[in-house]
Design a protein around this ligand. Structure first.
Ligand SMILES: Nc1nc2c(ncn2[C@@H]2O[C@H](COP(=O)(O)OP(=O)(O)O)[C@@H](O)[C@H]2O)c(=O)[nH]1
Ligand SMILES: [Mg+2]
Ligand SMILES: [Zn+2]
Length: 376
């Protein structure tokens, strides 16, 4: 991918900068540079500032948890040069409160969230019609999307590759409660007007989906090729694996911004209880009607879920997936408790060690004082 992004100079208004951001910026400090994060790399963010795009360092490793910018964040930069500091170049000084945030469980064993993109209005949950339909994957993506606070839209790409588009759309609609399902092809123009309605001035849309489904092709079509995104940026992470790292905020010439999130294969849920409830509303409603509050929907009398399965109002396949996803969240809860407990006992051990050391130091000091006295 050529780095056309850094050459763009969208103004603040077209980046989605509002009066509210302006008030926030004035409170934080008048000399700070206003901007929106276009891309995050390790230690640095590419930030659109209204003028030229700048590379800004994240303030410090230690404060990274509070101040880790994500693509789409509205930020204020401090120019260290102006304050005569050693470091050169601007630093991310503040991040505006996020209206929405698309987050997943960070890959790895430690239970913690990873914010992928921030301040989005819609999430395009994308699937390529040239591949086998995977409703479970779509449902998982819907859970994560709803949880972000943004509106999911299912976008089915490559409709030109199959004959039964309407049939597949209808099948997808069975899992898309409150979600529009669009068939879109940048190649023959299908559905592009629907896309343009959503990627519109003042709006930001994130794309989510496997690689090879046509995300970059859509970007190329909407930017008239100004931002060429063929191929993907690859970098080696600490474990030596090749991962695609950049999630890019792309200004669309007709207005609006699109975020390409390449190469996200794995989307673990992060405490996505609301997202789960919104994705499976019928199941969620039924669980509230079971006779026992702790109903396992198994053998208990008065189980509303089993009744709904029996009368056909809940699809057993949906229930099975809901059960699996609920299990994933429950397991995460246990891991979090276990993790806290381990941190706590480590802290306690550390405190005890320090106390012991302090005690023996005191003893030694006392002995030394006594010896000192005896010498006199
Ligand atoms: N037939 C067809 N092919 C498409 C369509 N959109 C994208 N492609 C092709 O699918 C391949 C992968 O597209 P790309 O945009 O790189 O996917 P990405 O990995 O999601 O960014 C390319 O060869 C595209 O030409 C479409 O609507 N119809
Ligand atoms: Mg791509
Ligand atoms: Zn029940």
């Amino acid at each position: 991918m050529s780095d056309d992004l850094a050459a763009l100079t969208p103004d603040l208004a077209s980046l989605g900068w509002t009066d509210e951001h302006e008030r926030w910026a004035e409170q934080e400090g008048p000399s700070l540079i206003r901007g929106r994060v276009a891309r995050v790399s390790r230690g640095y963010s590419l930030v659109f500032t209204g003028g030229e795009a700048v590379l800004a360092a994240t303030a410090s490793i230690r404060s990274q948890h509070d101040l880790a910018p994500a693509t789409g964040d509205f930020v204020l930069l401090r120019d260290e040069d102006e304050e005569g500091q050693e470091e050169d170049g601007p630093v991310v000084a503040a991040i505006a409160e996020r209206t929405t945030a698309l987050a997943r469980r960070a890959p790895g064993r430690v239970p913690e969230p990873q914010v992928l993109v921030a301040n989005i209005d819609d999430v395009f949950v994308m699937h390529g019609l040239d591949r086998e339909l995977n409703l479970r994957r779509l449902e998982r993506q819907l859970v994560v999307s709803w949880e972000s606070g943004a509106q999911p839209v299912i976008v089915l790409t490559k409709p030109d590759t199959i004959d039964n588009v309407a049939e597949v759309v209808a099948e997808v609609e069975t899992i898309a409660v409150g979600v529009d399902v669009l068939a879109v092809s940048p190649i023959d123009g299908t559905g592009l007007d629907e896309i343009a309605r959503r990627v519109a001035p003042g709006r930001t849309v994130a794309m989510m989906g496997l690689s090879g489904i046509g995300k970059s092709t859509l970007v190329n079509a909407l930017t008239n090729g100004v931002v060429q995104r063929t191929g993907e940026v690859r970098a080696t992470d600490r474990r030596g694996r090749h991962t695609t790292v950049t999630r890019d905020l792309i200004p669309i010439p007709d207005g609006g911004l699109l975020i390409d999130t390449p190469g996200i294969r794995e989307i673990g849920l992060w405490q996505a209880y609301d997202g789960l409830a919104t994705t499976f509303p019928a199941i969620e409603a039924a669980t509230g009607s079971c006779r026992f509050a702790d109903c396992a929907h198994d053998q208990e009398p008065g189980c509303a879920i089993r009744e709904a399965i029996a009368d056909g109002s809940i699809d057993p396949r949906r229930l099975e997936h809901w059960t699996d996803l609920s299990g994933e969240l429950a397991l995460q809860e246990e891991q979090l408790i276990e993790f806290d407990r381990r941190v706590e006992s480590r802290d306690r051990a550390e405190a005890e060690r320090r106390r012991d050391q302090e005690r023996s130091n005191t003893k030694r000091r006392k002995t030394a004082t006594r010896k000192g006295r005896r010498k006199k």
